[in-house]
Structures are given as C-alpha cells and as structure tokens.
Design a protein around this ligand. Structure first.
Ligand code: ZN
Length: 122
C-alpha cells in the first residue's frame, strides 16, 4: 500500500497492512513543516532462530512504532530529537516499512525459552 504524502492531512488517515504473520495497523497524520506522523502497532508472531542453541521458535510481537516521515529532505536541527524518515518520491510504502521492521526484529538477539531457563540457573 503506497500512500501519497500530499494526501495526508491533519485528520488521521487510518491504515492496516498485513503480511503472512504480522499486522501493521495505525494512522498517518500531517504534523507541521512537511512532517507526517506515523503512529502504529505491530502485532503478530514470527519465527526466529535462537542465538544460543540455533533452534527455531515463535516470537510474539507487540510493538508500538512512532516516527515522522519527511516529504523530501529533512534538515535536522541540532536540538531536534525527532525520529525522521525521508521520502524522496513523496510517497510512503507501508509494506516496505512493515518488511523492514520484521527484518529488524529478526536481526535482533533472541534466545528461546529453554535457553532463558538455563541461563537463570547459572
Ligand atoms: Zn535456545
């Protein structure tokens, strides 16, 4: 689902994107200075490999995402603490965000229940 940024107004625009295992649901809202707020939840289950025993297991995902999308280049000010993603073609591809978030989660460190149990006995 690709959304043209200029169509996003100060009225929240709801969206919902699904992959096989995950639901990415939230809204886009125009903030100010060509910045669009994306606020959404990421829910589902994905298969990851344990970093200790290499066993595959299911990981429950329940995460909140919140960042800004800039229509064009964003000039970051020193004092700014905003999390900004730049869009150079004035669109936002929600599927692409979802799949990159999934990749990010998969590349994190994970340990399965068994290994978690063992480590507490050490
Ligand atoms: Zn393990």
């Amino acid at each position: 689902m690709k959304i043209e940024l200029r169509k996003v107004s100060s009225t929240p625009l709801d969206f919902e994107v699904k992959s096989d295992e995950m639901t990415f649901k939230g809204y886009l809202q125009y903030d100010a200075d060509k910045l669009i707020l994306l606020k959404a939840g990421l829910n589902g289950e994905i298969d990851v490999n344990c970093d200790i025993c290499a066993e595959e297991f299911r990981l429950d995902i329940d995460e909140d995402l919140e960042f800004f999308i800039s229509d064009g280049l964003y000039e970051k000010r020193e004092e700014s603490l905003l999390d900004v993603v730049e869009s150079l073609d004035s669109t936002i591809d929600l599927e692409a965000i979802l799949s990159s978030e999934i990749e990010l989660i998969k590349s994190d460190y994970h340990s399965c229940e068994n290994c978690n149990k063992n480590s507490t006995f050490e």
